[in-house]
Design a protein around this ligand. Sequence first.
Ligand SMILES: [Zn+2]
Length: 85
Amino acid sequence: MIKLLILILLGFVGYSMIQGIIRPREKKSGWKKPRSRSHQGEEMVEDPQCGTFIPIGEAVSANIDGKQLYFCSKNCLKEYKKAHK
Ligand SMILES: [Zn+2]
């Protein structure tokens, strides 16, 4: 029974160590701004109003005529709505 507990403990320690090895960058760079941790892996979307590409996480999303659209700013969304009335 004690052996089993030691095994579990060792497994847990090993697991935390592996986590630390795999993701040390996240701890350093993600400390201040955890949301903007990777722009590389994030999907880019095009603003139909001004043509700018923005990471989907930073885009202003809106559902217009049943279509999900993404804008770089609320201003662009406003302009787009105005132009498509
Ligand atoms: Zn825009």
